[in-house]
Write a protein of this length. Structure first.
Length: 318
């Protein structure tokens, strides 16, 4: 009778040589590439988002087309918030991908208008944000609004973020319009660029599309115009990003919603500490600065012209 050999499992002490093989090199890589700068060398892909609407003879308005890059969804009866969210989420890819648009206030309004009033108030009103405010000191951002299997939140009209419940990733949709502060046609006008981002033929298509918005219909021309606008904005933002990088400014995909984010990124590696400031600044200058401090600003220079004007695309519930 042949007996089977008996095997036993014993705990073997890990040698110093083994400890140095894998984890040591990984630790060194992480130390040499901290999270704040780890992805600076990774190019950002810009996928642009824009929607189109039509106005019926009776005055009713319908949001009939939503484009993500060159992919589009349409509904002649008007897109619901569910259709918009499902389509956006189907296009979402994690990584160094920035989902952006140009003055998206109108699009955010149209996407969210079908929400139940209670959920809309929770999302858009001051009272709703207070209810969502965390009680822990470890969390600063409000909890997202939850509804029908989705989680979402909005930062003014600057950024909409959404995800399906259970997902750990957020899709951030940023409004890049504040970087430019003028119309899209003025931004892409070939005459304003030494190296134009659009051809004269493309610019003519954009001009025609803008001119026909009041009488627009859902047809092939609207789809072509929507896709071209997204493509042109992507080219512009690639140029802008190149300029930012030359200045040492690196924005994460969730930060593409205004010049304040660029200024903050620029200051992160350059801002002087309070201790250093007091060390190098004469006491008389510090005292003069302290005396001139008023309401959060050293000097009231001028009022923003936009602060006195109502914007019809603002998300407000009264």
């Amino acid at each position: 009778m042949i007996k089977s050999p008996r095997f036993s499992t014993t705990k073997t002490a890990e040698t110093n040589a083994h400890k140095k093989t894998g984890h040591g090199s990984r630790t060194q890589r992480r130390a040499a590439n901290p999270p704040a700068t780890r992805y600076h060398a990774v190019p950002t892909e810009f996928i642009c988002i824009d929607g189109e609407g039509i106005t019926l003879p009776n005055g009713d308005h319908r949001y009939v087309l939503l484009g993500v890059g060159d992919q589009q969804i349409t509904n002649p009866a008007g897109l619901s918030w569910v259709e918009c969210f499902e389509f956006l989420w189907s296009a979402f890819r994690p990584g160094s991908v920035a989902y952006v648009g140009f003055f998206l206030g109108y699009d955010f309004v149209q996407m969210l208008r079908g929400l139940p009033e209670e959920r809309a108030r929770m999302l858009l009103t001051k009272e709703g944000r207070i209810k969502r405010k965390p009680h822990s000191d470890k969390r600063f951002m409000p909890f997202p609004v939850r509804y029908a299997g989705w989680e979402f939140d909005i930062l003014g009209t600057k950024r909409l973020k959404l995800r399906k419940e259970g997902s750990k990733r957020w899709m951030n949709i940023c409004d890049t319009g504040p970087f430019f502060q003028k119309s899209f046609l003025a931004v892409v006008n070939p005459k304003e660029w030494s190296k134009p981002v659009v051809t004269p033929e493309e610019y003519a298509v954009l001009v025609r599309g803008k001119r026909n918005r009041s009488s627009a219909i859902l047809d092939a021309d609207m789809c072509r115009y929507n896709a071209l606008e997204n493509e042109c904005l992507s080219r512009i933002l690639c140029r802008l990003n190149e300029g930012f990088k030359e200045l040492g400014i690196y924005l994460r995909p969730s930060q593409w919603f205004g010049p304040g984010q660029a200024a903050q990124a620029w200051l992160e590696s350059r801002a002087i500490t309070s201790e250093r400031l007091q060390e190098v600044t004469p006491h008389a200058v510090l005292e003069a600065a302290r005396c001139s401090y008023f309401g959060g600003w050293f000097e009231i220079m001028a009022q923003d012209r936009k602060s006195t004007r109502l914007n019809s695309s603002h998300l407000v519930i009264s």
